[in-house]
Structures are given as structure tokens and as C-alpha cells.
Design a protein around this ligand. Structure first.
Ligand SMILES: Nc1nc2c(ncn2[C@@H]2O[C@H](COP(=O)(O)OP(=O)(O)OP(=O)(O)O)[C@@H](O)[C@H]2O)c(=O)[nH]1
Ligand SMILES: [Mg+2]
Length: 360
């Protein structure tokens, strides 16, 4: 899964990127305009399973973070994106928009005032206009194609695009629309920016961390939106706590009244917005977390591991993580009857420990 940090200049993207990935800001900057890093998803359950199995390898789920500079929102241009920038942004799965709420006279704001809501609105407008431009371009061609040779698929695509266009023209991002699966298929290829889950990171002043609720109040309209999350954090504090030994971390967080590092909040929000869940495979060789979309059936989950397992699928032996921990061993799960046999159609649940039986 790929998440891209975007936002106006000097909003703290690189500092936050460094805090999220553990890469020093200087190192990140040395990657040029587009640093990329793969981050392990913290999950206590994987740690517990690894303690029990003592495997040779412990493999956590990962998320790829990148940073793209280039959204200079609201400087009067209609769309501020270069084609190259857009092309890259369209390939990611979710957008992490960093807006600046910290003052700091040492870092002059590129615009005259600090106004994170304005910056969010402007960035959103840019995304909206870019999606509209994509639709306009396709619209004319589709209409011509339909006039020349009417195909059912084209007619349906045109209808969905019309809905999208009306929605965008009303200044509503596409992530607020719910598409039917067949509609989703028709427009998936466009990779609309406003259809991607949006996580807004409001980069607060260190002093404002304790009054986060107040500073975030104007964002309520976004926080309530579908497929959208708003998270208050201080990129600078997050950076500092990366460097702390574990023993000091708790006291440091308590000092600022922070319950959880923003990194964890961001990753949890991403999973939630993307509708992702984890299942586990366990053994002496390897304990591994797999990430799938909510609603995935056992057969497709098997395919995530290997196409042979999907092809030769016989059965899935499934036990929920909590039941396994309560029982203490697979043998005890069998005795208790909590280890179930499931077929291809079983819908995998978050925390399932699965052993796939297969033959090829
Ligand atoms: N006070 C304060 N300063 C910050 C914070 N986050 C970033 N800064 C400072 O703001 C400046 C810009 O930070 P960057 O992370 O480079 O911002 P950016 O969004 O990556 O900037 P561009 O890549 O140039 O668009 C740096 O001098 C940071 O030290 C913060 O949370 N608090
Ligand atoms: Mg940067």
C-alpha cells in the first residue's frame, strides 16, 4: 500500500516523513524531491505470535510512504500540478495532506498568514479541478465513440462520469460518493485524486498539542466526511520521539499529553479508511501478517500468499487471534473446537490465524 505526503511548501512534509519512516530529514532530502520509504506496521499481535512460535522470521505488514513536493495551492493558477506530478500522485492508494498550523517566525510562511483550513480547501480545489479536467478530456471522446458505434459499456461509463462531473462541479470530492461495484470498475482506471482516501495531518505548534481539540474544531466538516480523517500532530515532536529510548518515551508523551505517537494514529486511520485488515500465518519458520481488504474471501486470501495455494485450495483452518491466545496452543484450540474448518467462500476476519490446506 502506498501513501503519499502532499501539501503546500514548508508545511512540514519532510519532517513528518522523517518521523514516520525513521529516515533523518537530511537523508530524506538527499533522496531529492521524492523520498520513498517502506515502514513496518506496528501490530502487537504479530509480536505476541512471534513470542510463542519463536520463528526464524517475523514479517510485519508494511506501508510505503513517499513525499511529493509541488502543491503550491492557491497562488492563482487554475491547476498547480504538472502532468508528471499528477501521474505520480494518481498511482498511490491514499493521500496524506500536511497543512501548517504552526507559527514559527523562523520559518516564514509562503503566504502571508497561517491558515490550515484555507490550505486544505485550496489543495482540495486543486485536486477537484484536476479530476474535472480528466473527465472533460474523456467526455468528448466517449460521446464521439458512442455516436459512431454505440456500446453498452461506453454508455454506462458516460453515465458514471456524468454523475462524477456533477458532483465535482458542486465542489464535492468523489470520495464522498458511493459507487456500485460495476460503476467502480468502470472508473477505477482514472485513479481520481478526490476519490482516494484523504488523511489530513494538521501540523500543530508544540504549544498547541494540549489544545488540539480547539485547533481542530474548524476541521469538523472534514473529519465527519466519508473516507476522510483529520489528525492533529506536531511533526517536530514526532521527530524527537523517534530518537528517544523506549524507557523515556512514556514520560515524554505524558509531558505533552499525547496518548499515542502520531505514526500509530496515522497508520490506524489508513487501515480504517482503506477498509484493510490483517490475517496471520504462523509456524516455526515464519510468523507473518498479511494485509487484505475487508470482505476478502478465503480463496482470494490464499492467493495473496501464493497462486498455487489458491489453485489447489482445499480448506482453511481458522482460529481468531484472541481464541488462540486464550487457548495457548493450536492443539488446545482443536480440543476446544475453536479451530474451525472453512471453505473458499469464508469471509476472512481481522485477526484470523489461518493455515491453508492445498494440493497442486
Ligand atoms: N515549529 C515547527 N517547525 C516545523 C514543524 N515541522 C516542520 N517545521 C519546520 O518547517 C520547515 C519546513 O519543514 P519541511 O518538513 O522541510 O517542510 P516541507 O513541507 O517538506 O517543505 P517543502 O518540501 O519545501 O515543500 C523546517 O524548517 C522545519 O524545521 C513543526 O512541527 N513545528
Ligand atoms: Mg519537503
Amino acid at each position: 500500500m502506498k501513501i503519499c505526503l502532499v501539501g503546500p511548501p514548508l508545511s512540514g512534509k519532510t519532517v513528518l516523513f522523517a518521523a514516520l519512516t525513521g529516515m533523518a530529514p537530511a537523508e530524506a532530502a538527499a533522496h531529492g524531491a521524492e523520498p520513498v520509504a517502506v515502514v513496518k506496521v506496528p501490530d502487537d499481535r504479530v509480536d505476541r505470535l512471534a513470542e510463542i512460535y519463536k520463528p526464524k522470521k517475523k514479517i510485519q505488514a508494511t506501508i510505503e510512504f513517499s513525499e511529493l513536493a509541488g502543491v503550491a495551492a492557491g497562488d492563482g493558477r487554475k491547476t498547480g500540478f504538472s502532468e508528471q506530478f499528477l501521474g505520480k500522485l494518481r498511482t498511490v492508494d491514499a493521500l496524506l495532506l500536511v497543512v501548517r498550523a504552526f507559527g514559527d517566525p523562523a520559518v516564514p510562511h509562503p503566504r502571508e498568514s497561517v491558515d490550515p483550513v484555507r490550505d486544505l480547501r485550496d489543495a482540495e480545489t486543486e485536486f477537484l479541478l484536476s479530476d474535472l479536467a480528466v473527465i472533460e478530456k474523456r467526455f468528448d471522446r466517449l460521446e464521439k465513440e458512442i455516436a459512431a458505434k454505440k456500446s453498452d459499456r461506453d454508455v454506462r461509463e458516460l453515465a458514471v462520469l456524468k454523475t462524477c462531473r456533477a458532483h465535482l462541479e458542486a465542489e464535492r470530492p468523489l470520495r464522498l460518493l458511493e459507487f456500485k461495484p460495476d460503476e467502480e470498475l468502470l472508473i477505477r482506471g482514472y485513479r481520481f485524486l478526490t476519490q482516494k482516501p484523504l488523511i489530513v495531518a494538521v501540523n500543530l505548534d508544540e504549544e498547541d498539542i494540549r489544545r488540539e481539540g480547539e485547533v481542530l474544531a474548524p476541521f469538523a466538516g472534514w473529519a465527519e466526511q466519508a473516507n476522510t480523517a483529520v489528525i492533529g500532530l506536531s511533526a517536530r515532536i514526532e521527530m524527537e520521539l523517534r530518537e528517544l529510548p523506549n524507557a523515556e518515551l512514556k514520560a515524554f508523551l505524558a509531558d505533552y499529553g499525547i496518548t499515542r505517537p502520531a505514526r500509530e494514529k496515522l497508520i490506524a486511520a489508513t487501515y480504517r479508511l482503506m477498509g484493510l485488515l490483517s490475517f496471520f500465518t504462523v509456524g516455526q519458520d515464519e510468523v507473518k501478517a498479511w494485509t487484505i481488504r475487508d470482505g476478502t474471501k478465503a480463496l482470494a486470501a490464499a492467493g495473496e500468499i501464493h497462486s498455487d495455494i489458491e489453485r489447489g485450495f482445499i480448506r482453511a483452518e481458522v482460529v481468531p487471534f484472541s481464541e488462540f491466545i486464550a487457548a495457548g496452543s493450536m492443539a488446545e484450540c482443536r480440543t476446544r473446537g475453536t479451530l474451525r474448518l472453512e471453505g473458499k467462500e469464508y469471509q476472512v476476519q481481522d485477526g484470523d490465524i489461518i493455515n491453508f490446506r492445498f494440493a497442486v
